[in-house]
Design a protein around this ligand. Structure first.
Ligand code: TMP
Length: 217
């Protein structure tokens, strides 16, 4: 493995994208691949990834809370993150693991700022406070037209959360905010066309990680 100037020996890799873009499938496939290559992998997700954060997930995604204010939603996402970083992510990175996280801070920007319209500066600084310096080394953004994503979601009924159920313009704003972030940080982001096959996307992810020195240069 290539020497790298970062605060921890592990790798922090996040997967982002609109609902239905297929990031979870890719994350699991990558975890299996890295384990085969004898790397220690921690698979986790947001909101969630620790006992307290999973309890917050239940609450914040529960379709029953249809009157949740955007600010309350933001605070819950960040409370879940603060605990997740402290209890799960940072210890794993310090121990040299590869942490694969299904959503992280970019989701807060895309959903709570882009989707809900909360103030950009407030969302960014509050996320930074919750994350306490824990920033991904690399982020894969699975980009998909919200209409196509909706079709995919319809094919897996029973999993729709309070946020998935938002109308099309919300999901378009989320997508635009993600793409804006990717443009701003081209070194960290790899934008992947999520309409391509699972295998093609997988190959692109492997190539990017090889270039980055995560494995087998
Ligand atoms: P998912 O993990 O099944 O994709 O669902 C998580 C939902 O939570 C998804 O709709 C995106 C949303 N979310 C936010 O709105 N803000 C956040 O900071 C995070 C991590 C997720």
């Amino acid at each position: 493995m290539r020497a790298k100037a970062r605060p921890w020996p592990g790798w922090f890799i996040t997967f982002e994208g609109g609902d239905g873009a297929g990031k979870t499938v890719q994350l699991r496939a990558l975890a299996a691949f890295l384990r085969k290559s004898h790397m220690t992998v921690v698979e986790t997700r947001e909101p969630g990834g620790s006992r307290l954060s999973e309890a917050v997930r239940e609450l914040v995604l529960d379709a029953d809370h249809d009157n949740m204010s955007p600010r309350a939603e933001l605070f819950l996402m960040l409370a879940a993150r603060a605990q997740h970083v402290e209890e799960t992510i940072r210890p794993a990175l310090d121990a040299g693991s590869v942490v694969l996280c299904d959503r992280y801070g970019d989701a807060t920007y895309a959903y709570q700022h882009g989707g809900r319209g909360l103030d950009k500066g407030a969302v960014v600084s509050m996320h930074e406070f919750a994350a306490d310096g824990c920033k991904p080394d690399m982020t894969f953004l699975l980009d998909l037209d919200p209409q196509a994503a909706k079709g995919r979601m319809a094919a897996r009924p029973g999993q729709t959360t309070r946020i998935d159920a938002e109308k099309a313009p919300f999901h378009t704003r989320v997508r635009d905010a993600y793409l804006e972030l990717a443009k701003r940080e081209p070194k960290r982001f790899r934008v992947l066309d999520a309409s391509r096959s699972v295998g093609i996307i997988q190959d692109r992810i492997h190539t990017a990680l090889r270039q980055q020195g995560v494995f087998g240069r």
